[in-house]
Ligand binder design. Structure first.
Ligand SMILES: Nc1ncnc2c1ncn2[C@@H]1O[C@H](COP(=O)(O)OP(=O)(O)OP(=O)(O)O)[C@@H](O)[C@H]1O
Ligand code: SF4
Ligand SMILES: [Mg+2]
Length: 397
């Protein structure tokens, strides 16, 4: 490396550090704030039928190599009582989106840099922008109204405490009025709900249970307080297929029982097809397509979604090798100005070298961010966006 290039690199690094330090200070100042006036985070839903509305959410990590734009302008809704499947390649920002709802990004590096996460709080009738809500509000919401099931149960369960200690602590924390006996009773009822009726289970340690049972305990903890929204981040990836099917049945059953909404994050398109009412496809920190499960599975419009659908194993098709999308995701620190999928796309047109494609409505429920569909989008706009368009969609079976 020449001396000049070396000097420039050092200068750039210094600037990144200076910028990050400013961001860390801003974050620490915000965290130290004892009182956040309600006017700073109370807002209105666009549609009161939704429980969550992401509106241009930006969640960044300020690292030594630059700003990682993990989630960069994500907008989608989670309707009450419905299941939303979130799919996309590893590293596309699925977990960061869900952690942003809970405000569990690893600060000060990880921060919500912009946008709103509107939460329709049933218990108070208020709408809170979770991106700005006070920590006190968040503590009331976490586990109580919104709960999370993580992929690996051992990251949630503490190996040195019994199942009873952990489940009872979770219940009594959210129901301080309950006495010890009632809490234990509630813990047993919740375990029964997830199919665990074992004598002395409350005295067992996590290592004394099977993987499937541990995941059920985690689900029991997530459901102990009848949440309005359950975020399940790869809840079945670590489990074998029989247990996986049981856990999915359980989630479905419980969703109907308590009319909760589910945000289901998974790589498994089969699970999404089985569970989701709506599907959101993410790529490199952005939503590239969204619609009903039928829209996405039977009429995928974005070349990335089409590739994803082609890469599924199909029962009635015999192939030597499954299709895989060639190329790699762009570096989240240095994202291009044009479509992020351009370097892997087989359907590129001239416009693809221009500005990043806007989100286009193909129907009332189906949206895509791709230059190929500009005409179909314009036709929908002309028709008032009411009629379902079939032009511009491709069937992939
Ligand atoms: N603590 C962190 N510091 C820096 N970058 C991070 C951090 N956590 C996540 N990222 C980056 O944010 C981006 C999105 O990560 P995320 O965990 O949301 O991916 P994902 O879609 O959930 O992937 P997977 O399917 O593998 O779980 C990735 O580029 C990742 O490297
Ligand atoms: S905008 Fe262009 S490059 Fe991007 S997915 Fe659509 S066709 Fe491909
Ligand atoms: Mg993840």
């Amino acid at each position: 490396m020449s001396a000049l290039a070396n000097k420039n690199q050092k200068k750039e690094l210094k600037e990144v550090k200076k910028f990050n330090l400013r961001k860390y200070r801003e974050y620490n100042k915000m965290m130290r704030k004892k009182r956040v006036p309600e006017s700073e985070y109370l807002t209105k839903m666009k549609n009161p039928e939704n429980i969550i509305e992401f509106d241009n959410l930006q969640s960044y990590f300020y690292t030594d190599v630059g700003t990682v734009k993990a989630v960069d302008g994500v907008s989608f809704d989670i309707p009450r009582g419905k299941t939303i499947g979130v799919v996309g390649e590893s590293g596309c920002g699925k977990s960061v989106t869900s952690l942003s709802i809970m405000r569990l990004l690893q600060g000060p590096q990880g921060q919500i840099a912009g946008g709103e996460i509107r939460f329709n709080q049933q218990s108070t009738g208020r709408v809170l922008n979770l991106a700005k809500a006070s920590i006190k509000e968040m503590e009331k919401i976490r586990g109580n109204e919104i709960s999370m099931i993580f992929q690996e149960p051992m990251t949630t369960l503490n190996p040195v405490f019994t199942i009873g200690d952990q489940l009872c602590e979770c219940i009594s924390l959210h129901n301080p009025q309950m006495n010890k006996k009632d809490v234990e009773q509630r813990a047993l009822e919740t375990l029964k709900m997830v199919g665990i009726v074992r004598e002395g289970i409350l005295k067992n340690y996590p290592h004394e249970l099977s993987g499937g049972m541990r995941q059920r305990v985690v689900i029991a903890m997530a459901l102990a307080c009848d949440p309005q929204l359950v975020i399940a981040d790869e809840p079945t990836t670590a489990l074998d297929v029989t247990i996986q099917a049981q856990i999915l049945d359980l989630l479905r059953e419980l969703k109907n029982k308590i009319n909760a909404s589910i945000m289901l994050i998974t790589h498994d398109l089969g699970v999404v097809a089985e569970m989701a009412d709506y599907v959101v496809v993410m790529y490199a920190g952005r939503v590239v397509e969204q619609g009903t499960a039928d829209d996405i599975f039977h009429h995928p419009a974005h070349p990335y979604t089409i590739g994803l659908m082609k890469s599924r194993p199909m029962l009635n098709q015999k192939v030597d090798r499954l299709y895989s999308i060639p190329g790699n995701v762009p570096n989240p620190v240095n994202l291009p100005a044009h479509c992020y999928f351009k370097n892997r796309c087989e359907s590129c047109v001239e416009a693809c070298s221009g500005a990043y494609p806007a989100m286009i409505s193909l129907s009332e429920t189906h949206k895509v961010s791709c230059h190929l569909h500009r005409e179909a989008g314009a036709a929908v706009r002309q028709a008032g966006g009411a009629k379902k368009q079939t032009g511009g969609k491709q069937n992939v079976q």
